[in-house]
Design a protein around this ligand. Structure first.
Ligand code: SAH
Length: 344
């Protein structure tokens, strides 16, 4: 085993120079992936947890330069689901074995605290054995608190990049790295299980940025870490930047598994989009979660964060059956479980 990998395993940390070597070199990949898989199996066995993703609105007040549902994309066909439509997704998902529902959307002012709390508490009451996860972007601490009291237990908010200068290259002036981090600490202090993360290969990203991402997460200590490749969307200011790579994403999944052994790490839809077997490879590199789409088939294509997103032409039941095959072909097993982080 190379010395650096040995050091992460025994000391659970490595210095910046060692991280840089690991991030920039493909030589130790196979060893890195097999060690990450070993650590993942020690803690989570061969279990893969599912999160049913309900993309309930693609209206967004923000203008992130990389995102297909940014406010200024006039080609995006906007939609929002009604409370009944959201509850129908949960009903269908529950029957398919989902025990976590993730409500994700753009930052849509229509969804006030009152409207959201009524949806969250209804899901919570109808499915007390399920976890409700929110992924609604930046809100006030008071708003996060109300949603928590309504029954949301988890919140996903990728920090996107921990470096303020890089952050400013990906976002308009109205947004800041500082506020993003403030939100994450607020969520933690309220008692949410928190997920954060970033895109690999986003425009202007350097190895130093990736190291800063890891250091920030070591400070935050999130329960979940979502990383996927940046993928170009044709109707954004970044339309001429290339997408991130499968290789770098897998390498970071493996490094993150070794540095955060207990983390819940999804093999993301973006990973499955840049490579036909990307999610299977993600699982083999240390990921242990998959987030299939539970949105109604009629709106799936409209929640297009990036070009050519997979699974937009399918029904939820088809996705579920397809994943069963994919996960078992990779040597793992989907379980019907809330899938809380181990060790809490
Ligand atoms: N409005 C919510 C949800 C955003 S969408 C929020 O702000 O958290 C969820 C994630 O998709 C984002 O955090 C971002 O990391 C990712 N994403 C957006 N555009 C993308 C792109 N072009 N390629 C890959 N991932 C993208």
């Amino acid at each position: 085993m190379t010395d650096i990998i040995k050091k992460i395993i025994t000391e659970h940390d490595i210095n910046d120079n060692e991280l840089k070597l690991l991030i920039e070199n493909a030589d130790s990949d196979s060893e890195l992936f097999s060690e990450a898989d070993r650590v993942r199996r020690q803690i989570y066995g061969d279990k893969v947890y599912l999160r049913g993703l309900i993309e309930f609105t693609n209206y967004c007040r923000n203008n992130c330069f990389y995102c297909g549902i940014r406010r200024d994309n006039k080609n995006a066909r906007r939609y929002r689901l009604s409370k009944d439509e959201i509850l129908n997704c949960c009903k269908e998902g529950y029957a398919l074995g989902y025990r976590t529902f993730v409500l994700q959307g753009g930052e849509d002012p229509y969804f006030t605290d009152d409207r959201l709390c009524s949806i969250v508490s209804e899901i919570h009451n109808l499915y007390p054995d399920c976890a409700v996860t929110l992924s609604l972007g930046e809100r006030t601490k008071e708003s996060y608190q109300k949603l928590f009291e309504a029954g949301a237990e988890r919140y996903l908010l990728r920090h996107e990049t921990a470096d303020a200068v890089h952050y400013a290259k990906l976002h308009p002036d109205s947004m800041s790295c500082e506020n993003r981090k403030r939100c994450l600490y607020d969520l933690k202090s309220i008692g949410y299980q928190v997920g954060t993360g970033f895109m690999t290969g986003s425009p202007f990203q350097t190895t130093e940025n990736l190291i800063a991402d890891i250091r920030f997460m070591q400070e935050l200590s999130p329960d979940m870490i979502g990383i996927g490749p940046y993928i170009t969307h044709k109707d954004t200011p970044f339309s001429s930047f290339p997408s991130g790579s499968l290789e770098l994403t897998l390498r970071l999944i493996a490094i993150i598994r070794l540095l955060f052994p207990y983390a819940l790490i999804p093999a993301t839809t973006a990973l499955g989009t840049i490579s036909h077997t990307g999610r299977e490879k993600g699982l083999k590199a240390g990921a242990n979660v998959i987030m299939p789409n539970l949105s109604p088939a009629a709106v799936r294509k409209k929640y297009e964060l990036y070009d050519d997103k997979i699974c937009t032409g399918e029904e939820s039941a088809q996705c579920r059956a397809c994943l069963e095959r994919r996960v078992s072909s990779a040597g793992y097993r989907i379980v019907t479980d809330r899938g809380d982080r181990a060790g809490i």
